[in-house]
Design a protein around this ligand. Structure first.
Ligand SMILES: NC(=O)c1ccc[n+]([C@@H]2O[C@H](COP(=O)([O-])OP(=O)(O)OC[C@H]3O[C@@H](n4cnc5c(N)ncnc54)[C@H](O)[C@@H]3O)[C@@H](O)[C@H]2O)c1
Length: 358
């Protein structure tokens, strides 16, 4: 593996890769900041440090490149990796826009190498259990859901120049933070059909929103309310699914274990739901390691590693839909953010109603 962008999240990648049962070797660390690349590689025993992706690819020939740069700097190293025959594991959000995402997906040759997006909350046991029970019919139809990302980021959080700006971060909490919860919502409920949303800049001096609120309809008939906030002093990530036969809730902040899930059967379904919930997969926390284990298996087997581009695109489309509805002042569907829409070109589209920039 090689790592491009040796800032904050890169450490989690190294720790997760080193924790896998089947060993992987990290052969290179690349950062525009030469001092950072060198110190990161020295601290983690990585043999090759460089500032140039192409040179690192040529010199170390990794099988997989982990792209841990800021969102606006994902596309170029990801394409370089694919061109060099390496799979890509790209941090969320994978690109700044749907247009760039499609360019990245199109750069995957038939048969691989492939692009996987980091959405680690799909891979804890609880998320895998809920999907297995849903597929088995134990939970019945999904009816209504809540998806709350109630986080707190003070003004100082936005000091790094790439934060809070459309050009470099692609959006506020909808794109950068709530995307984790919206991805899990989307992994459970599938295709969305319509979204009606508001976005506000309530309190932070950002160019992007610091709050969005949305109602989402899904093709399976379920509806969800979604809140993405960076203004919430009591922080919480909360997902709630009311199925016909049970309520399933997840309450955590940045990662969950089995104890963070709660299941409440509907009257008459106590035995079947409780037995299936107990018998389902347990013991794996959400986190980078849970996803990377499956990515490593897929790379060894030659299959498509998760989260593949079709799945990641659905989540990106929902994010674009929230902005399109909020800034257009009307409900929108997935077709409204396709090619030809300003929200396809970038998440902000023709822009929010506020004008002050950071
Ligand atoms: N999955 C998660 O839970 C999670 C959590 C935090 C951050 N992230 C994502 O990880 C990514 C990085 O975030 P971070 O907090 O580590 O940022 P960061 O600013 O701490 O680190 C980014 C690093 O990339 C380097 N860089 C910038 N452009 C580059 C380029 N073109 N080539 C090589 N290096 C370059 C910078 O010098 C910096 O060292 C973002 O996409 C962010 O959204 C994901």
């Amino acid at each position: 593996m090689a790592i491009v962008g040796t800032g904050n999240i890169a450490r989690f990648h190294v720790e997760a890769l080193r924790s896998l049962d089947a060993p992987v070797r990290i052969v290179a660390g690349v950062d525009l900041d030469a001092g950072l690349a060198t110190s990161f590689c020295a601290a983690h025993g990585i043999p090759f440090a460089d500032t140039d992706v192409e040179r690192a690819l040529t010199h170390t020939r990794p099988d997989v490149v982990h792209v841990c740069t800021p969102p606006g700097a994902h596309l170029a190293p990801a394409r370089a990796a694919l061109n060099a025959g390496a799979h890509v594991v790209v941090e969320k959000p994978p690109t700044l826009s749907l247009r760039d995402f499609d360019a990245l997906a199109d750069a995957q040759p038939a048969g691989g190498p492939y692009v996987a997006t980091v959405f680690q909350h799909r891979f804890g046991s609880g998320a895998r259990r809920i999907r297995a029970l849903l597929d088995a019919g134990v939970l019945g139809r999904p009816l209504v859901a809540r998806c709350d990302t109630l986080w707190y980021r003070p003004d100082a959080y936005f000091d790094p120049p790439w934060r809070g700006r459309w050009e470099t971060e692609g959006g506020g909490p909808t794109m950068g933070h709530g995307i984790h919860q919206m991805d899990l919502l989307s992994a459970v409920l599938g295709e969305w059909t319509r979204v009606s949303a508001l976005a506000r800049r309530q309190a932070r001096r950002t160019a992007t929103e610091d709050l969005s609120v949305a109602h989402v309809s899904f093709a399976n008939g379920a509806v969800a309310s979604v809140v993405n906030s960076l203004l919430s002093p009591r922080e919480e990530s909360y997902l709630r699914f009311d199925f016909e036969y049970a309520t399933v809730e997840l309450t955590h902040l940045y990662g969950y274990g089995d104890d963070d899930w709660r299941v409440t059967p509907a009257p008459g379904h106590e035995e079947s739901v409780t037995a299936a919930w107990k018998a389902g997969e347990h013991g794996r926390n959400s986190g980078h390691a849970a996803q990377f284990a499956l990515v490593a298996d897929a790379v060894r087997e030659g299959s498509v590693p998760p989260v593949d581009t079709a799945e990641a695109r659905r989540t990106m489309t929902l994010v674009a839909g929230v902005y399109a509805s909020a800034f257009g002042g009307r409900p929108v569907g997935p077709d409204d953010v396709g090619p030809g829409s300003p929200h396809y070109e970038n998440m902000r589209g023709d822009g929010p109603p506020w004008t002050e920039e950071t």
